[in-house]
Design a protein around this ligand. Structure first.
Ligand SMILES: *[C@@H]1O[C@H](CO)[C@@H](O)[C@H](O)[C@H]1NC(C)=O
Ligand SMILES: *[C@@H]1O[C@H](CO)[C@@H](O)[C@H](O)[C@H]1NC(C)=O
Ligand SMILES: *[C@@H]1O[C@H](CO)[C@@H](O)[C@H](O)[C@H]1NC(C)=O
Ligand SMILES: *[C@@H]1O[C@H](CO)[C@@H](O)[C@H](O)[C@H]1NC(C)=O
Ligand SMILES: *[C@@H]1O[C@H](CO)[C@@H](O)[C@H](O)[C@H]1NC(C)=O
Ligand SMILES: *[C@@H]1O[C@H](CO)[C@@H](O)[C@H](O)[C@H]1NC(C)=O
Length: 672
């Protein structure tokens, strides 16, 4: 949009606006959670049905008992139930009865689960036995869950364990969309189950184990004229919430509310993942307990040298170099979204040790860049030892966030020192990593394989951290558009990344794409940000299993680690905070939204947006609509006790101050 005169007008609430399109909208229709914790399948997939099966549809309609029969030989009776979307919990089978076959034992039932149809085979896409540890292995399933179907009626629920001593075992919790049910038995389960006989099943259902995010639970929401973008916002909420109430394997986290990385696999709360997943949960459900539990638990496991474990996995020993920095940025998010400033004092020493002990010990004194500690990985275990741009860009971001927290706690010396260091690292970064021939940052300044790479994470985070100037920022983002854009998102490496790992220039992480989206909005590149959102989240929405956001996307839009890929990963839900924070434009500028800013940034094809951002003071209600001139008319209804600004440098308009408790309409003209 071309620039016009900078003028803003403040109208009293009596000013009448015409919002014709709003009448169509109703955010409730986009909510994805099941209606109750007892979930039923929506279909039987006929092309997968084989063998002697009567009334297969009964498992969906409930009209008749489904009968699976198999003589000593013959086709294995098999059917596939579809829950319609990715779900999580314990499967329940209601048996009407069974008849033994000719071999010894009850007839066996085997269950294979999968998030996507392409990985639905005679074994699950993932079972815990796939990562079994110990001798003998602690985990005893073998790719499927087994049942010995008793002769009388009863209800079986999938629990982790074995019906008989280490035989006829099941895995318990599963995240899946499809379940393959067959009358069959493992030879290793003999003599307890047999691969023949008859089994009558009267129903299949799921006892939902995640947080049930029904309409009534939402305290924040988002809606805009593009229904697809609106749906992505709610899909992000559904994706991250599926893990909220599950238990951790760590003793200190047992029975506490946490946010898992993914429901299918790992099921551990990872610090980096919370950089996105926590925002999704603050913005939709006003909830922070799970994040606080994880922040405090990982802080309690801080090492003497200041390093913080990324998660509870492997008894808190998994070595990641970047995740302690996310502990700092996540702490900022926690304080600013919840207003709990006592958190700063409670954990201040932890932050000081991360920033003043750990990272200085891993800094190159000449370039001021961080040097990855030997034997350490990062969010994607990338083979890039040394001074990758991403580590130092994230460091600058964390130092500046830490300085803001220090100021709130009147630690002005720390704040000054951290800001000074952030400036020095930024300068070293610019001088060392800027590739003037490409007009983008190198991943690393080195010679040899992989040294020609330019990475999405390093470039996006550099822009977000304010390294360089407006010219280098837009050049770096343009570089990503020209070199990393794929039809399913932006790859985390350009072709130079192939020197680091095969397929690197084809792989997309929605996680890192959150930071690129934010960098684009912050650089007034709404078109680039919205295009990135439509490609990345639009691609996942169009693919099986639909709705939920994947851990990673591989070449040609595939699931990047095949069956092992988690297809519902909270770290990939960045579309939700991107839309609330930039397209609606709401951000906290003081802890707990005591002060806030509203700066909508949108493309011309989006004509209105509205929503609520929950705050500890109550709902912050915002809507905007374009008038025929293309100006934004922003209506703000902020909670009492808060104040904020509408417009300002982010949107390139004049800033207007608004007090809480009064609904205001502000016209933003001259937006860039
Ligand atoms: C079926 O087999 C089981 C296990 O061997 C046995 O306990 C049960 O009595 C058998 N049922 C009938 C009706 O024979
Ligand atoms: C605020 O933070 C402190 C320190 O981390 C914590 O003990 C307390 O429970 C938090 N308050 C709330 C309401 O979560
Ligand atoms: C921005 O930074 C680049 C690279 O350091 C420099 O060449 C350029 O002059 C700067 N532009 C402005 C407007 O400061
Ligand atoms: C890429 O994926 C499309 C479907 O999305 C498929 O039709 C095509 O064959 C694939 N190409 C390759 C090279 O795998
Ligand atoms: C958010 O949480 C606070 C309590 O922490 C509550 O007072 C407020 O009304 C909540 N809801 C919304 C919509 O902001
Ligand atoms: C907000 O403040 C106004 C006065 O400024 C008062 O009339 C109104 O009752 C307050 N609302 C709440 C929910 O406290």
């Amino acid at each position: 949009m071309h620039a016009r005169s900078l003028a803003s007008v403040l109208w009293p609430v009596t000013f009448v606006l015409h919002f014709p399109t709003l009448a169509h909208g109703s955010w409730q229709q986009y909510v994805r959670a099941p209606a109750s914790t007892l979930v039923h399948p929506v279909a039987i997939l006929p092309s997968y049905t084989q063998g002697d099966i009567k009334n297969a549809d009964g498992l969906v309609t409930g009209a008749a008992t489904t009968e699976l029969t198999r003589a000593t030989s013959g086709e294995i009776p098999t059917l596939v139930v579809d829950f319609g979307q990715n779900v999580v919990g314990q499967l329940q089978l209601e048996f009407a009865g069974s008849a033994n076959g000719s071999s010894q034992g009850f007839p066996g039932i085997r269950l294979a689960f999968s998030e996507a149809l392409e990985y639905l085979t005679d074994r699950s896409d993932y079972t815990r036995s796939d990562r079994a540890q110990g001798d003998p292995p602690q985990l005893v399933t073998t790719g499927t869950d087994q049942i010995a179907a008793k002769n009388g009626p009863y209800t079986w629920e999938d629990q982790w364990g074995c019906e008989y001593d280490r035989k006829v075992c099941s895995d318990g919790l599963h995240a899946f969309r499809y379940v393959r049910i067959s009358l069959d038995a493992l030879t290793t389960d003999s003599p307890y189950t047999s691969p023949d006989g008859r089994v009558d099943i009267s129903s299949v259902s799921l006892r939902w184990s995640g947080y049930l995010g029904t309409e009534a639970t939402f305290t924040g929401w988002f809606e805009c004229s593009d229904t697809e973008l609106t749906q992505f916002w709610f899909d992000g909420v559904y994706t991250s919430e599926r893990h909220r109430a599950a238990r951790a394997t760590s003793a200190s986290l047992l029975n506490k509310l946490i946010l898992h990385d993914g429901a299918k696999r790992d099921r551990d709360p990872y610090m980096g993942d919370l950089a996105v997943a926590s925002l999704t949960s603050y913005l939709s459900h006003n909830t922070s307990e799970a994040t606080l539990n994880v922040l405090e638990d990982l802080a309690a496991h801080q090492r003497a040298d200041g390093w913080i474990p990324p998660a509870s996995i492997n008894q808190y020993t998994l070595q990641l170099f970047d995740y302690p920095l996310y502990w700092v940025t996540c702490s900022w998010d926690y304080v600013f979204y919840t207003g709990n400033t006592s958190y700063i004092d409670a954990h201040y020493a932890v932050m000081v040790k991360i920033l003043d002990t750990y990272y200085p010990a891993h800094t190159d004194s000449a370039t001021k860049l961080l040097v990855r500690q030997n034997g350490y990985g990062d969010f994607a275990f990338l083979p890039r030892p040394g001074s990758a741009a991403y580590y130092s860009a994230l460091y600058v971001l964390a130092l500046n966030k830490a300085a803001e927290l220090a100021e709130l706690s009147a630690k002005t010396d720390d704040a000054a020192r951290w800001r000074e260091r952030a400036a020095a690292v930024s300068e070293g970064f610019q001088n060392t990593l800027w590739d003037s021939s490409a007009s983008a940052y190198f991943d690393r300044k080195c010679s040899g394989a992989g040294c020609a790479a330019h990475a999405q994470d390093g470039n996006s985070l550099a822009v977000l951290a304010g390294i360089g100037n407006a010219t280098t920022a837009s050049a770096a983002l343009r570089y990503l558009t020209e070199n990393n854009a794929r039809f399913y998102g932006n790859a985390f490496y350009d072709v130079g990344g192939e020197g680091l790992g095969t397929g690197f220039s084809e792989r997309v992480y929605a996680f890192i794409s959150y930071f690129e989206g934010a960098a684009r909005f912050e650089s007034a590149d709404a078109a680039g940000a919205v295009d990135l959102i439509r490609r990345t989240w639009g691609w996942m929405a169009s693919q099986d299993p639909g709705i939920t956001h994947w851990e990673g996307i591989g070449s040609n839009g595939s699931k990047y680690e095949a069956a092992d890929t988690s297809l519902a990963h909270g770290w990939s839900t960045g579309v939700t905070p991107l839309l609330s924070s930039y397209l609606l434009g709401v951000k906290p500028t003081k802890p707990g939204f005591l002060e806030w800013s509203v700066n909508p940034i949108a493309t011309d094809d989006i004509s209105w947006a509205r929503g609520v951002v929950p705050t500890p003071y109550g709902p912050l209600d915002v809507s905007w609509q374009r008038n025929s001139e293309g100006d934004f008319l922003v209506t703000v209804n902020p909670p009492n006790g808060t104040t904020g600004t509408v417009g300002g440098s982010a949107s390139g308009t004049k800033e207007v101050r608004v007090e809480g408790g009064q609904k205001r309409v502000v016209a933003l003209t001259g937006m860039r």
